[in-house]
Design a protein around this ligand. Structure first.
Ligand SMILES: [Cu+2]
Length: 120
């Protein structure tokens, strides 16, 4: 886990969590299978996709693959975590737990940024 941040929208809309996750293993593929936080009632793995007629949409995914010795960037227009149901304010530091395959998990803390923010 390197950098992470939240693009915070009001609670009745969807906020997004972005982060980079690195798999240091020499040979073993890692899978992100879920993200959770006590501060958000909903946290779903999502991907942004483009269909053949170039309509852009989002859909939930069950897992995200992180190949050995590589980093996957959760970012706007790609993989992200959709968040909602919260009482979080801009500037708050929020604890998240990323669940990986093989019953491993990683905890990290992310700052909630304004809706207008475009990066960390
Ligand atoms: Cu989404």
């Amino acid at each position: 886990m390197t950098q992470c941040w939240i693009r915070l929208f009001p609670s009745d809309r969807f906020s997004a969590l972005y982060f980079d996750i690195k798999n240091n293993s020499e040979s073993e593929t890692a899978y992100v299978v879920g993200v959770s936080s006590e501060k958000f009632g909903v946290a779903d793995l999502h991907e942004t996709y483009t269909s053949e007629d170039t309509l852009v949409g989002m859909r939930s995914v069950d897992w995200v693959e992180v190949p050995p010795q590589s980093t996957v960037n959760f970012k706007s227009g790609g993989y992200h975590v959709m968040l909602s149901k919260h009482e979080v304010k801009v500037g708050d530091e929020i604890e998240f737990n990323v669940k990986l395959s093989n019953d491993k998990s990683k905890s990290f803390s992310c700052k909630a940024n304004d809706v207008k923010a475009t990066t960390y």
